[in-house]
Design a protein around this ligand. Structure first.
Ligand code: ATP
Length: 300
């Protein structure tokens, strides 16, 4: 049977301009291409987990604008349950992204409807209570994230928190988190420690398990009472790393719900994200279960 995963988080339309060189302040440049791509860390993790083999419900909010309709239908098409995705008055969340030829980017995120996610409905609570795992990130208000984590804790639901964008976290949120999943920059921002292993060790005073993702260098996990262990990434030619972290989070949650050990789950998640970075796009590049199993088996 497929594991049941709840996601509470953001849904954004990514508005991406591709240019040779990003404009300086006051400058206008002619770009090459424009794309609108469904995104937002919450929605991305939901799509990743659904494709990796879970039954996924998305708790979030879109606006009553055309983007809202498109974002909802993109999730529906990926098999994510959108019954708890509210449509609210106003604009959907947007991310305005300029990507230059060196692969560098500059991003403005406008939360829009995501900012309304400050409290849970009875339906949201029931959904979280019945899930095997809850996936959280920080692109929606902390009150909403905290309410979800509290509900999960009350019902013994395993909570994975991606602390992005990096910000100071209330101790109560960390206390209700089972696995904290920062990238190396977020781990450094949370602890003031640049060495990822040392940062992970420091975070263990607040959460029982920490996984720090290190891009092409793989990931590192730390649990109380054991030395941190590094899991290498697969050697691949990266085409677009956008959404690598969200693919990793979604696949990791599925593997853990299916009873894989943490090292086994990390290796499976790194196979999933290796597939994602080989293809352009964020959620569009996320791999399906059969592809992940084949990739994981191929080099396991
Ligand atoms: P993003 O914000 O772009 O979604 P992130 O910073 O949250 O990503 P990363 O640490 O960059 O997350 O990547 C997550 C995982 O994806 C890594 O642990 C690794 O397994 C895989 N990965 C990322 N980049 C590469 C790469 N170039 N080659 C192979 N695997 C990669």
């Amino acid at each position: 049977t497929r594991p049941h995963i709840a996601v509470l988080g953001s849904t954004n339309m990514d508005l991406v301009a591709y240019v040779a060189k990003a404009p300086q302040r006051g400058e206008t440049v002619t770009g090459r291409e424009f794309r609108t791509l469904p995104g937002g860390k919450g929605a991305n993790q939901a799509v990743a987990a659904a494709r990796a083999g879970a039954t996924v419900a998305m708790i979030g909010a879109v606006g009553n604008d055309p983007f809202g309709t498109q974002l909802r239908s993109a999730l529906d098409h990926s098999g994510v349950d959108t019954d708890l995705l509210r449509t609210v008055e106003g604009q959907s969340g947007t991310a305005h992204i300029v990507v230059d030829d060196d692969g560098g980017n500059a991003i403005v995120v406008i939360p829009g409807a995501n900012a309304t996610l400050t409290a849970l409905s009875a339906g949201d609570k029931a959904e979280i209570a019945s899930a095997a795992a809850l996936l959280l990130q920080l692109e929606v208000p902390l009150e909403g994230v905290l309410a979800a984590a509290r509900t999960a804790r009350e019902h013994g639901v395993r909570t994975l928190l991606t602390p992005a964008p990096a910000q100071p976290l209330p101790p109560e949120l960390l206390a209700a988190t089972d696995l904290l999943l920062p990238n190396e920059h977020e781990a450094a921002a949370l602890t003031g420690i640049t060495d990822p292993a040392a940062a992970a060790r420091a975070l263990l005073s607040q959460v029982p398990e920490v996984v720090v993702t290190l891009g092409a260098a793989g990931s590192l996990y730390a649990a109380r009472g054991a030395e941190p262990v590094t899991v290498p990434a697969r050697r691949v030619t990266a085409v677009d790393t956008t959404g690598a972290g969200d693919t990793f989070a979604g696949a990791l949650a599925v593997a853990l719900c299916e009873g894989k050990s943490l090292p086994g789950a990390l290796s499976w998640a790194s196979a999933a994200s290796a597939l994602a970075v080989r293809r352009p796009g964020a959620s569009t590049s996320m791999p399906y279960r059969s592809e992940i199993d084949a990739e994981a088996g191929a080099t396991a």
